[in-house]
Design a protein. Structure first.
Length: 298
């Protein structure tokens, strides 16, 4: 994860080793190198600009600490700024006062939405919840079956339209699932919605219709981190088309660069809530900005 960025930053820091106080020239050269590292990592330009602005300002202004040499001081500043750009605090789920808490997932096909639904269900069950998975992706013939397979692996029941009921109406399924959850003591409902391969007005409208029908407590935008800056464009389109409260980043295990992770919070103003790091259901956790920054600088 983020190996390319890690390596680049490590070499920037090592060039500072052995230096006494940093000159203006040192600061500018370091900022330039960090800028290049971020651009190579596919971080969005406005994010890079702000990040570098902060680094320079703080490197110039920071009290010279006796405990840290200049290289350590720059690492400390970069670490703190990385944490900020990744969202600062860990964002927890906001549970509804009156259950069930309704969590709706939105995102492109292939983003890892269905897998994430299962991971989230398993994780929630581990936190003493009683989740229900809802198959509101009725676009692809296989989507319902796929969610049922995931639900079985996660040990979570799946609410789906009865087989042979024709095409089915995802809004009706989503609405009915809430009543089903109330009757069967599920305190969290996770609704998997239909995605397409690209941005599509009909897909957005369907997600917006489900949103209006069930007023979710949390809408999570699920996005594949490996698509880099495209993630930022997709994130913006979903923000305009459906709106969401937080982001779930998937496939971080295959992302050597980190551009999506480092850009998405700043560009969308929405926190990253979950990180998915593999195909197995247990490869999943809340997103911790400080741990992620630590991994980048490890
Ligand atoms: P959906 O179309 O959005 O529902 O996406 P799926 O859940 O079907 O996932 C698409 C593919 O990505 C599947 O082959 C998953 O196994 C894989 N996948 C999902 N999440 C991750 C992840 O975090 N890491 C990796 N390496 N693969 C993932």
């Amino acid at each position: 994860m983020f190996e390319t960025l890690s390596d680049r930053l490590t070499s920037v820091f090592s060039s500072l080793r052995g230096k006494g106080r940093l000159s203006e020239e040192d600061i500018n050269a370091t900022a330039r190198e960090i800028r290049l590292a971020l651009l190579e990592a596919d971080v969005a330009l406005p994010v890079v600009r702000e990040f570098i602005g902060h680094i320079k300002e703080r490197a110039r202004g920071e009290e010279v600490s006796k405990a840290l040499n200049p290289a350590q001081q720059v690492i400390k500043i970069v670490n703190e700024e990385l944490i900020q750009i990744l969202g600062g605090e860990t964002r927890e789920i906001r549970f509804a006062k009156n259950p069930p808490t309704v969590i709706m997932l939105a995102g492109l096909q292939g983003s890892g939405k269905t897998t994430l639904a299962g991971k989230l269900a398993r994780w929630l069950a581990g936190e003493r919840n009683t989740p229900l998975l809802v198959a509101a992706d009725l676009q692809r013939p296989n989507a319902v079956t796929q969610l049922q397979v995931v639900g079985e692996r996660a040990g979570t029941p799946v609410f789906a339209p009865e087989p042979g009921n024709g095409v089915g109406d995802p809004v009706a399924v989503a609405k009915a699932s809430i009543e089903h959850a109330e009757r069967n003591n599920h305190n969290v409902v996770i609704i998997d919605t239909a995605g397409r391969l690209g941005i599509d007005a009909e897909m957005m409208q369907q997600a917006a219709d489900i949103r209006d029908a069930v007023t979710p407590d949390e809408i999570l935008f699920v996005v594949d981190a490996m698509i880099g800056q495209d993630a930022v464009n997709t994130a913006q389109a979903f923000l305009d088309g459906v709106g969401y409260d937080a982001v779930a980043l998937t496939k971080l295990d295959g992302d050597a660069r980190g551009g999506a992770a480092l850009s998405i919070r700043h560009i969308t103003g929405r926190p990253i809530m979950f990180a998915s790091t593999g195909e197995k259901l247990e490869d999943f956790d809340l997103f911790h900005p400080d741990r992620m920054a630590g991994r980048i600088l490890d």
